[in-house]
Design a protein around this ligand. Structure first.
Ligand code: UD1
Length: 382
């Protein structure tokens, strides 16, 4: 079985790493019935060392076999460039399957390319729906699931979304969460890093007394009014506790344009460069709370038992609210401060772990794909 894995942006790397590893393990088994050949394609959607290469090193991923080097651009242009660059790879390599993860532009572009050449597509993290079609990721999720042949889901809510959209249940495989495979595998190593010491966050009384912030959604950082409210809320929180804020490149650029970098620093907020995976896991695990608009961090905080305030009106990951530590609070200043106070005064938040988020999701994907391939090639494999 010849597979192409696609990665493009930062949140893809920790999802694909365990799948490649699980296929390697399978392929090394003496009695395995399907020989596996894996190719890793990086679209180059993210290209800075801190947004890409560092993750390959820390996650122990093989270097990409092919880099399409598409770089940044408006959505249509970026998606189009990826499609243009990936198509010849498919024609040359003729894989049996293209495996895409998540909801970034690379996910959709490569799924469309493959399907237009009649190459089967597997989508990992299928069925996540926020219902918010103003977010580019929701369009990527809907369109990718509409063409994918095999849909790997993280939980029962995602299955139900796919059922509602008329997806044949025989194509849906609930396998759990591959990003959590990476988190559980690397958690101990991450906790051994001197991240807090290096940031000067360890003092007897202040250990854990910091809020970790990440923001990069256009809905939060592009509108000056909205951003001003968020910045004011963060400045108030910074009066109580340390606020640590690794900045995504698009946020840094917007903050510089809107001239809020100085105000944040003057309030004592620690603005950092994008962090590597291990330092970020360490910082998350030790935080008193996390304020974020990311998707994956809602899931990681649920596993780490750290309260998460999500600065969005909706989430495609409702299980983190129903069972985990996540709360949806929107991006209004008073709402952020109200939720923050509730959290400090309130009792402990929920710490449920969704079923199958157990570190074995990639193996389930391998089992399902080996069965799928074997089912189609029974004669050759005898
Ligand atoms: C993308 C994903 C988003 C994900 C995020 C995680 C889509 C639609 N969005 O958003 O779902 O949460 O990645 O990081 O695919 N830039 C750099 N260096 C880089 C990459 C980007 O400086 O290595 C800057 C560029 O100015 C670029 C901007 O960041 O224009 C945005 O990058 P892009 O990949 O287009 O979208 P993200 O906001 O990163």
């Amino acid at each position: 079985m010849k597979l192409i894995h696609v990665v493009g942006a930062r949140p893809n790397f920790m999802k694909v790493a365990p799948i490649i590893e699980a296929f390697d393990e399978y392929d090394r088994q003496p009695g395995r019935c399907v020989p596996v050949e894996q190719l890793l394609v990086h679209t180059g959607q993210h290209y800075d060392r801190a947004m890409s290469e560092l993750f390959f090193e820390e996650l122990g991923m093989p270097k990409p076999d092919i880099n399409l080097n598409v770089g940044s651009g408006p959505h249509g242009q970026q998606t189009g460039r990826i499609m243009e660059a990936f198509e010849p790879v498919l024609l040359r390599e003729q894989p049996d399957l293209v495996l895409v993860v998540g909801d970034v532009n690379s996910t959709l572009a490569c799924a469309l390319d493959a399907k237009k050449l009649n190459i089967p597509v597997a989508h990992v993290e299928a069925g996540l729906r926020s219902g918010d079609r103003s977010m580019p990721e929701e369009i990527n999720r809907l369109a990718t699931d509409a063409v994918a042949d095999l849909l790997f889901t993280t939980d029962a809510i995602a299955d139900a979304c796919l059922h509602r959209e008329g997806v044949d249940p025989s194509r849906i495989f609930r396998v759990g969460n591959v990003m959590i495979d990476s988190l559980l595998k690397h958690r101990d190593k991450a906790l051994q890093r001197p991240t807090l010491e290096e940031l000067g966050l360890v003092h007897e009384a202040s250990r854990q007394a910091y809020a970790l912030v990440t923001l990069h959604r256009p809905g939060n950082v592009d509108d000056p009014q909205v951003l001003r409210g968020i910045v004011e809320a963060l400045m108030e929180i910074a009066r109580d506790m340390h606020v640590v804020f690794p900045l995504h490149p698009r946020s840094r650029a917007r903050f510089a344009e809107l001239k809020v970098l100085d105000a944040l620093e003057a309030a004592g907020i620690r603005l950092l460069e994008p962090m590597g995976y291990l330092d970020f896991v360490n910082l998350t695990a030790n935080a008193r709370l996390v304020l974020t608009d990311s998707g994956g961090i809602q899931e990681e905080t649920t596993i780490l038992g750290v309260p998460c305030l999500t600065l969005r009106p909706n989430t495609e990951r409702p299980v983190t609210v129903n069972q985990g530590t996540n709360r949806l609070i929107g991006n209004d200043k008073q709402a952020i401060l109200g939720a923050y106070k509730d959290l400090l005064e309130g009792s402990e938040s929920k710490t449920g772990i969704p079923s199958l988020w157990d570190g074995r999701s990639a193996r389930r994907i391998v089992d399902a794909l080996v069965d799928w391939y074997a089912g189609q090639h029974t004669a050759e494999l005898k």
